[in-house]
Design a protein around this ligand. Structure first.
Ligand code: AMP
Length: 281
């Protein structure tokens, strides 16, 4: 039996209010579909932590700063429903555009500070789109817990901040990045890589791991960074957008891993933008 698909907000609200009246806890896993093992690990965590689980699938136009990226984003709803079937999720919420953004929609949720750097600096408007849709999904689902991947580390910090700032009674739970055997972080965008580019893609993670080791051994940031960028570009990437060591909590730029730190990168490979991040220390 496959998970029930819910497209309307009133239907979703009726389901959730029934669960809440019975005292059941509700978990939500927001996604844009094209589900892979990374998404499914969040579903597993939600099933472990909550009585009821809602997976949402909505390709949010507001978070795409590039229309071609939105048009090319993989859409695999039937396959997604099939992949979710074994997990026994209680609802797959698949709202359409007008349900999320009806005529006259005029509100924008914007998180300051954390969004000035990394993907926020390179993708104008992206995190406003994320913050707006995630606020809506939190309020629509009334979930007690929301599961996000560390794969999108900055996004995880942004949604944690917005839930706290807007007093939304939800606990944001971060889950580890799931990788392919060769180290490539799983991503729906990996489907857009040619066979050749797919072979080159793990070089990003390999270079980051080596750079992290160098930093932990007391190596010089500028030297290690230049070496990693050269390594990534030699492997076939056309541009390294950023490769930064940052504090886990504030995303402040660091020269050494003197406090809990992450190495975060975005790089272009054959027209596809890949991101990754790893803990340092
Ligand atoms: P997306 O569909 O790309 O918007 O991702 C939906 C959720 O899945 C986000 O919280 C992502 O951080 C998470 N996610 C995506 N890829 C991975 C991965 N490889 N490992 C863990 N979580 C992931």
């Amino acid at each position: 039996m496959s998970a029930p698909i819910v497209r309307g907000l009133s239907e979703l609200r009726a389901m959730v209010s029934g669960w809440k009246q019975s005292g059941e806890t509700v978990g939500v896993v927001p996604t844009m579909g094209a589900l892979h093992q990374g998404h499914l690990s969040l579903v597993r965590a939600a099933k472990d932590g909550c009585d009821r689980v809602i997976v949402t699938i909505f390709i949010n136009p507001k978070q795409f700063n590039n229309p071609a990226d939105y048009d090319n984003y993989p859409r695999t709803e039937e396959e997604d429903a099939r992949k979710l079937a074994p997990f026994g999720v209680d609802a797959v919420y698949v709202p359409d555009g007008p349900t999320m953004y009806p005529d006259g929609f005029a509100t924008n949720v914007s998180v300051g500070g954390l969004t000035d750097v990394l993907c926020g600096a390179h993708r104008p408007g992206h995190f406003d789109g994320v913050a707006t849709v995630v606020s809506k999904l939190f309020l629509q689902t009334q979930a007690d817990r929301a599961y996000f991947g560390e794969k999108d580390f900055q996004q995880l910090q942004v949604v944690t901040r917005l839930a706290a700032d807007l007093d939304i009674p939800i606990k944001v739970v971060g889950c580890p990045t799931i990788r392919e055997e060769d180290g490539l972080a799983m991503s729906s965008r990996n489907l857009l890589l040619s066979d050749r580019a797919r072979v080159w893609a793990p070089a990003l993670n390999t270079a980051m791991e080596e750079m992290a080791e160098g930093l932990l051994a007391g190596g010089d940031m500028a030297t290690l960074r230049a070496k990693a960028v050269a390594q990534i570009e030699r492997a076939g990437f056309t541009e390294v957008e950023y490769l930064d060591l940052r504090a886990c909590d504030t995303l402040e730029l660091l020269e050494t891993p003197s406090r809990p730190a992450r190495l975060l990168a975005a790089a272009w490979l054959a027209g596809v933008r890949l991101i990754d991040n790893i803990a340092v220390g």
